[in-house]
Design a protein around this ligand. Sequence first.
Ligand SMILES: Cc1cc2nc3c(=O)[nH]c(=O)nc-3n(C[C@H](O)[C@H](O)[C@H](O)COP(=O)(O)OP(=O)(O)OC[C@H]3O[C@@H](n4cnc5c(N)ncnc54)[C@H](O)[C@@H]3O)c2cc1C
Length: 350
Amino acid sequence: MPKILIVGAGLSGLSTAYALRNSNVSVEMLEARPRSGGRILTKNLNSKHLELGATWFGPQHTSLLKLVRELDIPYKTQDNGREAIYDFRPKGNLERFQIPGQAGSSTYKFETGSSSLIEALKQQSSVPIHYNEVVKSVKFDQGFEIRTVDREFKADYLVMSIPPQLITDSIRFEPGLSEFSNALLSKTHTWMSDSIKFSVAFDSAFWKKDGFIGTLMSPQQIIQEMYDHSDVSKAQHALVGFLNSNYSKLKEAERKQRVLKQLATVFLSDDVQTQAYADINWREEKFTIHEKAVLLVPHQNNGNPGLREGFFNNRLFFSASETAAQTPGYMDGAVHRGLEVGEWLLKNLT
Ligand SMILES: Cc1cc2nc3c(=O)[nH]c(=O)nc-3n(C[C@H](O)[C@H](O)[C@H](O)COP(=O)(O)OP(=O)(O)OC[C@H]3O[C@@H](n4cnc5c(N)ncnc54)[C@H](O)[C@@H]3O)c2cc1C
C-alpha cells in the first residue's frame, strides 16, 4: 500500500487528507505547531471566540462553499452596517460615511469561528497527525526520507502543504530543486503574513448606535480596519480587525491598551469593559514566514502554474493556498488545491 505523507495540517493539507478519506492508501500528516489550522485560528478565551486568522469568504469562493455545505458547517452573512467611521486623527477628524449597499456582493463568516472547518475536516478524514514535527530536510531516492528535528519518516509520495516561500527558506532537498523552482518558491508571497489581526469582546456593544455597527477605518491610528464580530444570538459582543504594522514591536498587552484607548475616544465611552482580547503579529509566526524572508509584493507569483508541477516524477507536490489555480492565497485556494492534489493521488494510486 503506497504511503503518503502530508506536511502541514493547515486547510490545504487537511483538504488533501479529506479527499483521500475513503481510499486504500496510507496517509499521515506532520505538523510543526502543537495545533492544526495554520493561518486559521479561532482562539476561545473566556467563552468568546476570537478570530485571529482567516475570517471572511464570498459566493465566488466556490470550492470552499461546496466543502462547507458538504460538511454542513454553519455560516452567516457579515453585516457591516449602513455607515462606517473614518478616523483621520491626528491629521483630520472623525467622519462618518455611507457604506454602499452589499447587493450581490455578500461576505460570509463561520458562525462559530473559522476553526470549525478545520475541526470538521480532521474529524471526517481521521488521519493521524504528528504534532511538533518541524520538517528540516527531504531526501528522495526510490522513496522519501523526511527528517524533522529528531525523527525520520518515510513515504512514497509527499505533499508539501506549507507556504512556498517557507519551503525554500527552511527545508533542504536532496537532490536539490532546480534553480527556477527555488527562485519561484522564494518569490511567492505568503498572503497576510505581514498583518497583525486583533479581536476583542466586551460585556456590551457600546459602539452600536445610529446605524453604525462597528466598521471603522483609520490610516494613522493603531486600528486600521475594524468590523463587527458579534454573535447573532447576542451572546458575544465583539470586534475584529487589523492593526497598523507600525505597532508590531509592541507587546500584546501594550497593543491592547492602545486599541482600547482608541475605541474609548472614538465612541466617547470611558467605561469599556473587555471580556477577552487577543492579537497575533503573523510576521513573527515562524511556521508561516521565515524571519529572514525577502519582502514581496502582495500576491506576487500566487497561482503561478510552475507551483503546481509534480516533482521527482510526480512523487512530490506543493499544495498551499498560494499554489492554487483558483483564488490563490485565500481559504478557497487552499481547499481548491488541497482537493486537486488529493484527487490526483486518488486517481493515480488506487
Ligand atoms: C491574519 C490573516 C487573515 C486572513 N484572512 C482571510 C480571509 O478573511 N479570507 C480568506 O479566504 N483567507 C484569509 N487568510 C488566508 C488564509 O488563512 C489562507 O489562505 C489559508 O489558511 C492557507 O492555508 P494553507 O493550508 O495553504 O497554509 P497554512 O495555513 O499556512 O498551513 C501551513 C501549515 O504548515 C505548517 N508548517 C510550516 N512549516 C512546517 C514545517 N517545516 N514542518 C511541518 N509543518 C510546517 C504550519 O504550522 C501550518 O499548519 C488570512 C490569513 C491571515 C494570516
